[in-house]
Design a protein around this ligand. Structure first.
Ligand SMILES: *[C@@H]1O[C@H](CO)[C@@H](O)[C@H](O)[C@H]1NC(C)=O
Ligand SMILES: CC(=O)N[C@H]1CO[C@H](CO)[C@@H](O)[C@@H]1O
Length: 505
């Protein structure tokens, strides 16, 4: 019985030991060795506090403290990688508090040269599920490991991938099926616990000796960004404003038929100096009509765009629209059917028409289930909407007149998109604009190996996820392979921001 508690109490002890040590060493570097001695004397007292902290983060189970204290003395004695001549191993992650699209530099030091180590990342999402990733390295001759410099030789990813531990996060073994990592409350960060383990191992299998650990916070917004809930003129959304007086260029931010209100991309745009309105149009309790029906149409989208344009801190003539999936179709409709003139359009993996009728005014239309006959399934019963979104399947009167577009349009296409026929739809846009003599307005980015859900960088891809539980449990295929999908997110994000910079500033 003792061995279970020992193993994690041991980890906690070392974790705390190393974190404290890091803090103090950085303050009084010249007296490093002396400080290390003192910390050793105090470590028993501080373990209790650390364990309580970890229990709060739900990383370790909660037990009474006397049990681990009892076996602690035995285990602390034989930490072989902490020799008395070399400072204890140290793991750092800088910056400790970063934006989601910022690279974090992760380094291990004071390790023996040419030794196998594992660096592991763990975090809880808002629903309480545990996500983890790990990578195997061999330490350099100077006893360091540097994730920006070194190749992973095994684990959740391989090769030199500075942010690999973040984009390769997966639900821990035994987790619920079909999870997709999405941040709901953008006012709190993801807290990721990074740890350095001895040897090349898979952290969830068997025992591991934790040599050092550190936590890092990953945010979608900086402290100056304002988050404002909008329920006005029927519009349901969340507006993010950059810090400062403005006026700001702005984006209207539309997601797909997954519905609800998705805020994290807008929050991130605001950190780059854009006012951004995340708009709900389907599957939200504050919208009229039942949640499985599209109950708003062109007049709603027009009202939302104008609300953004009329905001006192927004430059009315510098407003763009971004859409993913069905949001692409909505963006194209706004630009061609409502009299609105956006300054630019960013379309990620979506169609030029729809099999669901969108009302010209407002009013109830079909639900997704009316089109079940067009869904296709793979051998495992996962739904694909590829056929539904083929240009030939789209109802002819739903298709937008692409040739009427008057602003620059960036189309981002994942070549392994299993949800929508993005290639075919991008072809239609490209051809129509060319025929209208407007090729100069069109830019296309195609990413082999990338799936449907091209999101801000370093977020892990869900190749498949649970879509709904009623009336029957259904999983949707999105496509995308981890490394090329991550590369696509990183590259397209950079180019998207550059596109916005040149057409909205
Ligand atoms: C880690 O590697 C990167 C890329 O080679 C380098 O720029 C950085 O200075 C290294 N950090 C340390 C502490 O060696
Ligand atoms: C083009 C498109 O949006 N296709 C489908 C992608 O998957 C969702 C499920 O979340 C469907 O509702 C879309 O129709």
């Amino acid at each position: 019985m003792c061995s279970f508690y020992c193993s994690w109490a041991d980890s906690c002890a070392k974790l705390f030991f190393v974190q404290r040590q890091k803090e103090i060493v950085s303050m009084v570097f010249p007296f490093k060795n002396l400080v290390l001695e003192i910390i050793t004397m105090f470590r028993a007292n501080v373990i209790e506090k650390t364990v309580r902290q970890l229990v709060r983060m739900k990383i370790v189970p909660c037990v009474s403290t006397h049990r681990y204290r009892a076996c602690l003395h035995r285990t602390l004695g034989d930490v072989k990688w902490m020799s008395s001549t070399r400072p204890a191993p140290l793991l750092t992650a800088t910056p400790a508090r970063a934006l989601m699209d910022e690279q974090i530099s992760i380094k291990g030091a004071f390790l023996p040269p040419h030794c196998p180590v594992t660096v592991c990342a763990r975090m809880r999402c808002e629903d309480g599920d545990l996500w983890e990733s790990f990578a195997h390295f061999n330490t350099a001759a100077d006893g360091t490991v540097n994730l920006t410099r070194d190749h992973s030789v095994g684990g959740s990813y391989t090769g030199r991938e500075p942010m690999g531990l973040f984009w390769s996060l997966q639900p821990a073994p035994g987790a619920r099926e079909g999870l997709r990592l999405r941040k709901r409350n953008v006012e709190t960060p993801y807290v990721v616990l990074l740890s350095l383990l001895e040897g090349h191992l898979s952290p969830s299998v068997g025992q591991s000796t934790e040599l050092a650990a550190v936590t890092t916070e990953r945010w979608y917004m900086t402290p100056g960004v304002q988050r404002i809930e909008i329920r006005k003129n029927g519009v349901v959304g969340t507006l993010f404003l950059p810090s400062g007086p403005g006026p700001f260029p702005a984006m209207l931010d539309l997601w797909g038929m997954g519905g609800g209100l998705v805020e994290y991309r807008s929050a991130l745009f605001a950190t780059k100096g854009y006012a951004s309105l995340s708009l709900a149009y389907f599957g939200h309790k504050d919208l009229p009509g039942p949640q499985n029906r599209l109950s708003v149409g062109d007049s709603y989208f027009k009202a939302a765009f104008q609300l953004l344009q009329d905001h006192p801190t927004v430059c009315a003539d510098r407003v763009g629209i971004i859409g993913l999936s069905f949001g692409v179709y909505v963006s194209l409709r706004i630009a061609t059917r409502t009299g609105i003139k956006p300054s630019c359009l960013i379309c990620i993996n979506g169609p030029v028409g729809s099999s669901i009728r969108v009302p010209d005014g407002d009013g109830l239309t079909g639900s997704l289930d009316d089109y079940v006959s067009l869904w296709t399934y793979d051998d495992q019963g996962h739904v694909s909407f590829k056929v539904v979104s083929l240009p030939a399947s789209l109802s002819p009167d739903s298709k937008v007149k692409v040739e009427d577009i008057e602003c620059p349009l960036l189309y981002i296409e994942g070549k392994d998109d299993l949800n929508a026929s993005s290639k075919e739809n991008a072809d239609v846009i490209e051809k129509s604009l060319k025929a209208a003599g407007k090729s100069h307005l069109f830019t296309r980015l195609s990413y082999p190996g990338a799936g449907h859900l091209i999101e801000p960088p370093y977020a892990p891809n869900a190749r498949m996820s649970l879509w709904r539980v009623k009336p029957e449990k259904l999983f949707v295929q999105w496509g995308g392979h981890p490394a090329p999908h991550a590369a696509a997110q990183e590259d397209s994000w950079r180019k998207m921001l550059a596109f916005m910079e040149s057409h909205l500033r």
